[in-house]
Design a protein around this ligand. Structure first.
Ligand SMILES: [Zn+2]
Length: 74
């Protein structure tokens, strides 16, 4: 059966780092690119200082949700 355990804290931090860098995050278990689905209230361009990303591994089906802060580029 599939192992449904979630990522641990170190794995989550690695995924977050990839997102923040603008890279496609790889599943730390499977080393395959993860699918990204933005989660929003249905509208964009609200000037929100953060966005929420839902990362899903298509192989092991683990997923994780991150709040990514924006506006730090200068
Ligand atoms: Zn995986």
């Amino acid at each position: 059966m599939a192992d449904r355990a979630q990522y641990d804290a170190v794995e989550l931090a690695g995924i977050r780092d990839a997102i923040v860098r603008g890279d496609v995050p790889l599943c730390p278990r499977c080393h395959v690119p993860m699918s990204t689905r933005p989660i929003g209230g249905g509208s964009f361009g609200l000037g929100y200082a953060r966005r929420r990303e839902w990362l899903i591994c298509s192989r092991c089906r683990r997923s994780a949700i991150f709040d990514i802060r924006r506006g730090t580029r200068n």
